[in-house]
Design a protein around this ligand. Sequence first.
Ligand code: AMP
Length: 294
Amino acid sequence: MNVSLRLPVGLAVETTIGGCRAALAPWRRPDQRIALVPTMGALHAGHAALIDRARALADATVVSVFVNPTQFGPGEDLAGYPRDLEGDCALAAAHGADLLFAPAVQEMYPGPPLTRVTMRGVTERFEGKARPGHFDGVLTVVTKLFHIIQPDIAVFGQKDAQQAVVVRRLIGALDFPIALDVVPTVREPDGLACSSRNANLTAEERPQAAGLHRALARAAELAARGETDTAALVSAMRTVLAASPALAVEYAAVVDRDRFEPLAALDEHAVAIVAARIGRTRLIDNLPLAPHDA
Ligand code: AMP
């Protein structure tokens, strides 16, 4: 597909880097700001909140849809990742995005991906440890998207809290003139964080998947009541997680929101994080914890 509607009326869809740059040329003026919402598609209410935020902050909103193979490890769900480009165009248009950039893998990686962006430190823990090479793939594709779109603003979700930290460090380390905006997690009525991967949950798994949020909410409740011992908070999270036997917990922790290092005692930068497998689906979630201010 290589559709190009006229900007700025309606949604333009571009599949090539050249087409994307040409479509954005009219927006590149000192008095206009461009926002980028990078996604892997199968767009849902969480992505919609990011697009709404981008529109509030900028004059032109670009949504990228690219299931980035370099951020998937061998044996991960690259092939089974949900895809729905038609639905993505409809959601992006309904939320007033101006341009949807949906390149093929060949367009982004014409040859073997021998050049990559890598980062030490925060990438070595939690998601980085569970998914070796994942953040290199994220950093590489985000860098490419930043160069292609050249946005003034990049909008990411708190849902992927460690990713947001990594992208903030990338912007600082490589001097991208981009303001990062992080949008709170959008949830289903039972608390399950909206995620493209939820589409792969079976009817039996779906209710238990909300156990991740129930565990985080329990930690937040105890923190609000004055519990400052993070070991007690993690233990309470694990008790709640154990009530959903289909969940195979990978990690549950309370970390500093900027360094993603485990905290011994709660402070105002604490965030509870959890990752678990349920059947063939891997889910992550997190919740900032406000300490009791007595
Ligand atoms: P993804 O398509 O899953 O790679 O996500 C693209 C962007 O949407 C990332 O910045 C995510 O953090 C964000 N996102 C995903 N799910 C949610 C959600 N439930 N609420 C808010 N943002 C989200």
